[in-house]
Design a protein. Structure first.
Length: 136
């Protein structure tokens, strides 16, 4: 399993499956948190269950993997509350990749004060090396 954090852009969401079909600005910068595993993968005919609360891909009594079926549903909702989205890709017997996309707000943006209000002028986002954490 690996965890990667990087800056990505809306156009990079095109190849992934998203549970929602909200419009994505292809030029918007996002903080992308990616979790990848080399597990059992998820068959395409079960993808529709992934983000539903209390759903299990394998709901049999003899399943090998435990869980309540809340993790992905909660993660999806949290991402949406922050103006982001989730995406994934999975291949049976190869593994899955899940990505959380949160709009990138530059913490070092210049603040311009006007008489009417405060506005933030974002500085350009540079593509940088991803942070990668691997669990062996």
């Amino acid at each position: 399993m690996s965890l990667i954090a990087r800056i990505g852009y809306g156009y990079q969401l095109v190849q992934d499956v998203r549970p929602d079909r909200s419009p994505i600005n292809q030029e918007t910068a996002y903080l992308c948190l990616e979790v990848e595993d080399s597990g059992i993968g998820i068959p395409k005919d079960r993808w529709h269950l992934l983000f539903r609360p209390f759903q299990q891909i394998d709901s049999s009594m003899t399943r090998k993997h435990e869980g309540t079926g809340l993790g992905l549903a909660l993660t999806k909702r949290l991402a949406e509350m922050h103006g982001g989205t989730l995406s994934f890709w999975s291949v049976p017997d190869k593994g899955s990749t899940f990505r959380i996309w949160l709009p990138w707000l530059d913490p070092f943006a210049e603040i311009e004060e006007t008489d009417a209000d405060l506005s933030i002028a974002p500085s350009p986002v540079k593509q940088s090396q991803p942070l990668s954490i691997q669990n062996s």
